[in-house]
Design a protein around this ligand. Structure first.
Ligand SMILES: *[C@@H]1O[C@H](CO)[C@@H](O)[C@H](O)[C@H]1NC(C)=O
Ligand SMILES: *[C@@H]1O[C@H](CO)[C@@H](O)[C@H](O)[C@H]1NC(C)=O
Ligand SMILES: *[C@@H]1O[C@H](CO)[C@@H](O)[C@H](O)[C@H]1NC(C)=O
Length: 502
């Protein structure tokens, strides 16, 4: 969920793994992954009957579905009748991609499952389980304690069929057979593109349905890259005789997309009234004010101009460690600066409910209901080993706005929404990112003023839109908008799915 830029984690990230691997040179290379798209050939439809009706699936045991064209890929899926929602059909299981096994939850829409669009949701981290999003944010139920869940009337499946996917391999209940790992977003994207292709091929009733890729936090990096991979894969799918994936939009919640826009925002959120009133001392603010231009310059030179991994890491760690030290003096919750951290960050992530969710998902009866593979060990909200590997590759420093721009040019809509009290991937930084991004609609977008958007007679936040790109803030929400403002977040999603202005 949260983590990427958990400030403390950053420190961890940069000390855990000392060896640098010349990240910029090897980044994105596929050393151990077979690409799914290379498996495509002309497809004889006579060889395969999709399951079509999901109701045929068993609630007792997992059903394994195979496809003759992809002998090394399969789906293991189980139907649940009353898990979490109780009013809709729910399915859980794995998409098996060779030796890698990606766990998912899929809840049908409470509205019109046979017509509504599909939302794919991932949390961030980069290796936090999407069950955090499910059980504390936008899922059909919320965990109260280890024994109790509560129906969530503002779940996003009010209006869409929704996936929660534990990715990359190593996150949540996802696992690999031989200790295989994924260490960059580009590698993770291969698995997600395969996941999406395989899912829609088997569950043919959803084929061609509008697909919206949504994510939070590190999702600012994941989602644009995943969407691009899915978009590019379509030509292979069509050649092979499959239905193209109808990639309709991306939705990024409190995303960290472009690091270069975040250093200054870090100062602005703490030291101006961009969010709430200033939270840090004048003395700290003055020091940060002087640090920020140096950080921006050093970061640009080492990470962009020279692409020198060692210098880039040094610039980034120095700037973040220093800024983190200033923030730590406030004892506040970095995900919502209007609050103090509840518990110790390393224990609760500032939200004690994460511990209840962990206990809930470690219950054997729950794991049996879900069809969690017995090879999977204890559930943890975030896999720190995977986080460290992504960190070692400097994965989070790759600017992802180029992917967003490329998707916009191809008619894929993009919603960048941000809870206004978050420090970690702040609204100020995201606003700057959308304004600095080069794309055909830039001049029109930048010419719009931010205006308030309203719901039930009250102002919810600020917004700006041109064509396929919408930026929106949500007042009073932190890093996890659906957790803090469930009703407003559902309204946002409804308007977005309908293509309406906010
Ligand atoms: C949960 O249920 C178990 C078994 O009934 C019980 O022992 C335990 O005290 C319960 N825990 C909470 C927090 O209610
Ligand atoms: C793709 O999904 C969108 C959103 O639901 C829908 O308007 C459009 O007709 C779909 N396109 C195709 C080719 O099915
Ligand atoms: C800060 O807040 C005050 C009072 O709410 C407002 O008048 C002022 O315009 C704000 N300053 C900035 C720089 O936005």
């Amino acid at each position: 969920m949260l983590l990427l830029l958990s400030l403390r984690l950053f420190v961890l990230l940069y000390t855990v793994n000392g060896d640098i691997q010349h990240a910029f040179k090897t980044h994105g290379s596929k050393t151990h992954l077979t690409t799914f798209s290379s498996a495509f050939e002309n497809y004889d439809t006579g060889l395969f009957t999709a399951i079509g009706d999901l109701n045929l699936l068993s609630t007792e045991t997992s059903t394994t579905l195979k496809h003759p064209l992809f002998p090394t890929y399969s789906v293991r899926v189980k139907k649940s009748t009353d898990f979490c929602d109780g009013t809709v059909n729910a399915y859980t299981g794995y998409i098996d991609i060779e030796a890698r096994h990606i766990f998912f939850y899929f809840f049908e829409s409470r509205n019109e499952p046979d017509k509504d669009d599909v939302i794919f949701w991932t949390n961030g981290g980069p290796a936090c389980s999407s069950s955090m999003g499910l059980f504390m944010e936008l899922g059909p139920c919320r965990v109260q304690d280890v024994n109790t869940t509560k129906f969530n009337p503002y779940a996003w499946n009010e209006k869409a069929n929704v996936f929660f996917v534990d990715q990359p391999v190593g996150a949540g209940f996802s696992y690999a057979d031989h200790g295989e790992t994924v260490s960059t977003t580009e590698e993770a994207a291969e698995d997600i593109a395969a996941f999406v292709a395989i899912f829609f091929q088997h569950f043919i009733k959803f084929a061609g349905r509008g697909l919206h890729l949504a994510g939070e936090s590190y999702g600012g990096r994941f989602i644009p890259v995943f969407a691009s991979k899915i978009y590019d894969q379509n030509s292979h799918l069509v050649e092979a005789g499959f239905t193209a994936i109808n990639l309709t939009s991306i939705m990024i919640g409190n995303g960290c997309v472009d690091q270069s826009t975040l250093f200054r925002a870090y100062y602005e959120i703490q030291c101006t009234n961009a969010s709430i009133s200033p939270i840090n001392s004048i003395s700290n603010c003055v020091q940060m004010r002087q640090l920020v231009p140096r950080c921006e310059k050093w970061y640009k030179e080492s990470c962009y101009d020279m692409m020198d991994a060692i210098a880039c890491r040094a610039a980034f760690s120095y700037c973040y460690d220093t800024l983190e030290t200033f923030f730590a003096t406030t004892r506040r919750n970095p995900y919502d600066i209007s609050k103090y951290c509840e518990g110790e960050h390393d224990d609760t992530l500032c939200y004690p409910i994460t511990k209840e969710i962990t206990a809930f998902l470690n219950r054997l009866d729950i794991r049996e209901t879900l069809g969690v593979d017995s090879l999977v060990g204890n559930f943890t909200p975030c896999n720190m080993h995977v986080v460290a590997r992504f960190g070692a590759n400097l994965d989070q420093l790759f600017p992802t706005q180029y992917y967003i721009a490329a998707l916009l040019e191809r008619g894929v809509r993009a919603l960048v929404y941000v809870g206004a009290n978050d420090l970690v991937c702040s609204w100020v930084g995201n606003n700057r990112m959308t304004l600095e991004m080069d794309w055909t609609g830039k001049n029109i977008f930048n010419a719009q003023d931010l205006r308030e958007w309203r719901f039930n007679g009250a102002a919810v936040g600020l917004t700006r839109r041109a064509g396929p790109l919408t930026f929106a803030t949500i007042y009073g929400a932190g890093h996890m908008v659906p957790y803090d403002k469930p009703e407003a977040s559902l309204e946002l999603v409804k308007r977005w799915l309908a293509g309406d202005d906010l």
